[in-house]
Write a protein that binds this ligand. Structure first.
Ligand SMILES: Cc1cc2nc3c(=O)[nH]c(=O)nc-3n(C[C@H](O)[C@H](O)[C@H](O)COP(=O)(O)O)c2cc1C
Length: 355
């Protein structure tokens, strides 16, 4: 570029054309200059935006989080050609209880017009088995793994937390959408005080970051978030599935043996965005981060969650449709940040303009 500037600045004595095709030569040089500038701004010389995120004291290599129940115990996706854990900030393991569970009778899943219904029933081998036999085999150098704790009472949740406390998981997500067996089977997440009791019990049991997974099947999600922060929650996951059902009209029976199931996928995205907006209004002043989730199936979906206020982005059902979705979201996020002159994912989080 310096050479070009020197050339165009050279003095040409008036009335003399030293170079017979001077104008054409200058145009050619100018064209080269434009090509070089374009190439520099395209990629090689301007660094790609940073996607690393700090989250509840953890450092995520990207904001993407693979959601509980959608990737088993983290051992199957690395076998998919083209999939890389380096695209993923964290993987949430399948929901785990104190003792092993067989799960519900089939049918347990059903594809809907815009997502899926599931009633797996927390099939899992129990917390001790996960810690002793599954966690040691996971590639902790490629990404981090979070537990997903479940229980029938605050004491049982706390026991699960105690078991994972002594393990390589870097955080524990609390699935508060479990029935409270001692208090009439109402889901802990449907009642702010009950949700807070679970968080408080787990807080006593571990120093690892606690991520409370909030239910949308709840009259006041913001109040639940407030109570859980007081009880010691370090972060939130927003949202879990909505409750739904499907009917087999030939047999006049529910398709799902459990009758109802959790609805996930694109159908729940507008609800998830709204709940995220409401929870963010509470968490922002405390600096508490959120994993936004519910129906993310493209980079554009992910961008919407980021703009509303998702510090991290959960991808679940979308992986069943496209196991290579994470790489595509990463590309789309990077392109968007670069095209909007943002140097980091962090700059986009909560940038929603409402006026
Ligand atoms: C088959 C299936 C199993 C799930 N199992 C769990 C679970 O064990 N624990 C939990 O907290 N959430 C579970 N979820 C909910 C997801 O983690 C996620 O919050 C929800 O599906 C919304 O995100 P999505 O629309 O991207 O899937 C499950 C979802 C599906 C589809």
């Amino acid at each position: 570029m310096g050479a070009y500037i020197a050339l165009v600045n050279r003095q040409v004595p008036q009335g003399r054309n030293n170079y017979p095709h001077g104008n054409a030569f200058d145009s050619l040089l100018f064209l080269c200059y434009l090509i070089i500038i374009r190439a520099m701004s395209d990629s090689s010389c301007s660094p790609r935006p940073s996607l690393s995120q700090s989250f509840a004291g953890l450092s995520l290599q990207t904001p993407l989080v693979l959601l509980s129940g959608c990737v088993g115990f983290g051992d199957s996706y690395p076998h998919v050609e083209g999939f890389s854990y380096h695209d993923v900030g964290a993987v949430v393991l399948k929901g785990t209880t104190l003792e092993a569970r067989m799960g519900n009778a089939p049918h347990r899943v059903y594809e809907t017009a815009s997502g899926m219904l599931n009633a797996i029933g927390l099939q899992n081998p129990g917390a001790r088995h996960v810690v002793e036999h599954i966690l040691p085999k996971l590639p902790h150098h490629e990404t981090q793994f979070w537990a997903n704790a479940n229980g029938t009472s605050p004491e049982e949740y706390a026991e699960v937390a105690r078991i994972f406390d002594n393990s390589p998981v870097t955080a524990i997500e609390i699935n508060i959408s479990c029935p409270n067996v001692k208090e009439g089977g109402v889901h802990f997440g449907n009642n702010p005080a009950m949700a807070a009791r679970v968080v408080a019990a787990m807080r006593q049991a571990t120093d690892k970051p606690l991520i409370t997974k909030l239910s949308p099947n709840n009259a006041d999600i913001a109040e639940t978030a407030r109570c859980c922060i007081e009880a010691g929650s370090d972060a939130f996951a927003v949202i879990n599935t909505l409750v739904g059902m499907a009917v087999d009209v030939t047999q006049r029976k529910p398709v799902i043996a459990n009758i109802s199931g959790g609805l996930s996928g694109p159908a729940i995205k507008p609800v998830a965005l709204w709940k995220l907006y409401q929870v963010r209004a509470v968490t922002k002043r405390h600096g508490i981060p959120i994993v936004g989730q519910g129906g993310i199936a493209s980079a554009e979906d992910a961008l919407g969650f980021a703009i509303v206020g998702a510090d991290a982005l959960g991808v679940g059902t979308g992986l069943f449709y496209d196991p290579l979705l994470c790489g595509k979201i990463i590309e789309g996020l990077s392109d968007y940040l670069q095209n909007n002159q943002m140097s980091a994912y962090h700059d986009l989080v909560g940038s929603l303009q409402t006026i």
